[in-house]
Write a protein that binds this ligand. Structure first.
Ligand SMILES: Cc1cc2nc3c(=O)[nH]c(=O)nc-3n(C[C@H](O)[C@H](O)[C@H](O)COP(=O)(O)OP(=O)(O)OC[C@H]3O[C@@H](n4cnc5c(N)ncnc54)[C@H](O)[C@@H]3O)c2cc1C
Length: 341
């Protein structure tokens, strides 16, 4: 390819920020347009920041595991914004068979007994008999990570960041390629996109210390507690087939607080410092897509795996634009395209 292509990215969520970052590193002129006042204020604002590909194998397809493992390098080394100290999966005594089932469906863990749990997380001593320790998993603080990525983008001379700006199709002529990363707002162009509501809480307590995310086997939702530092813990997240953003429901609050209490009763004394709900963009099979239409590329359907998989998708988009590459695992997944291929 001759001239370096001018890239326009719409949406500064985790998808748009990682895409913009990869094009900037590749030396392309990049304009990133975000309708909100700053980066990461859409669905990405509410994420737990779990980078847990091996755990996700319990309910997700192998593609998510593969993209997640690939992306870990970006978060832990390239951007160096994640901590890699593993994650712990626990079950109350009555749900031990569920822990066995979880273990059967996943890999990359060590089994811990009560002593092993206490050695890893002293505040959980005596509370659980068995756990699975996923040694290589990582986590990050999504809000801090997106602010840091946006700040680094600003340092590139070839990048223009425009916040509070609505992307209009008529401006596409200013760019050679438009990368549409509008999340759930992109459903006007992607009618098969649906919303999956996720509710979360942030608790603050100085009574409990956890060094790593803890996932509790739960009958309805994959509930986890992610330490955010300074005694703050994100408790997430429900999965509801709804695109209503509204406030957290009493049921969600009961379920999330109940899970936190089951992990440690001192959470009952914690302050609730935030409750919120986000709408995850998802396709019917909960797998992400890169869809190309002429010079417009849609990156969407990141579902509950946005942080987990965005860097691997961003790398693919750059290779599609600069090398003409094709990635069937994320580009040919739609039944219509599969039939006509
Ligand atoms: C409670 C909860 C917990 C989660 N936990 C995790 C987790 O632990 N790990 C994980 O990997 N994922 C997690 N997720 C999923 C993750 O948050 C999503 O997959 C991800 O945020 C989707 O990112 P996105 O960039 O596609 O969308 P968004 O973050 O919504 O970004 C889209 C952006 O586009 C902008 N935009 C829209 N239209 C326009 C326009 N016309 N012009 C300009 N800008 C526009 C929006 O303002 C927005 O900022 C969680 C989600 C929720 C709700």
């Amino acid at each position: 390819m001759g001239k370096t292509p001018r890239i326009r990215v719409i949406g500064a969520g985790v998808a748009g920020l990682t895409v913009a970052f990869e094009f900037a590193r590749a030396g392309c002129p990049v304009e990133l347009i975000e309708r909100r006042a700053g980066p990461g204020l859409g669905c990405s604002h509410f994420a737990g920041g779990m980078l847990a590909p091996w755990c996700e194998a319990e309910s997700a397809e192998q593609l998510i595991v593969d993209l997640g493992v690939e992306s870990l390098k970006f978060w832990t080394q390239t951007a160096a914004l994640a901590q890699r100290c593993g994650s712990l999966v626990l079950a109350p005594a009555r749900d031990q068979p569920e822990l066995t089932r979880f273990a059967r469906r996943t890999s990359g863990f060590e089994r811990l007994d009560a002593e092993g749990i206490a050695a890893l997380e002293p505040d959980l001593a005596g509370r659980f008999e068995q756990a699975l320790f996923f040694t290589d998993e990582a986590h990050l603080d999504p809000r801090a990570a997106m602010a840091a990525l946006a700040a680094r983008l600003q340092e590139f001379k070839n990048v223009a960041l425009r916040y509070g700006a609505e992307a209009k199709p008529s401006r596409d002529k200013d760019a050679d390629w438009t990368i549409d990363c509008r999340g759930f707002d992109g459903r006007d162009a992607l009618p098969d996109l649906r919303g999956v509501r996720g509710e979360m809480l942030v608790l603050a307590t100085s009574e409990i210390r956890l060094a790593r995310p803890v996932r509790l086997i739960h009958p309805r939702h994959p509930v986890y507690i992610v330490p955010r530092g300074d005694g703050r813990f994100m408790i997430g997240a429900t999965m509801i087939e709804s695109d209503a953003p509204g406030p957290v429901t009493a049921r969600a609050m009961l379920e999330l607080l109940g899970a936190a209490y089951a992990v440690h009763p001192a959470f009952a004394e914690a302050e609730i410092i935030e409750t919120a709900a986000g709408v995850r963009p998802a396709f019917a099979d909960n797998l992400p897509r890169i869809r190309c239409e002429d010079r417009r590329i849609y990156v969407n359907g990141l579902f509950r795996h946005g942080f987990l998989v965005a860097p691997a998708l961003a790398r693919r988009v750059v290779d599609i634009v600069l090398e003409g590459a094709h990635f069937p695992e994320v580009m040919d997944a739609d039944p219509g395209e599969r039939q006509s291929a």
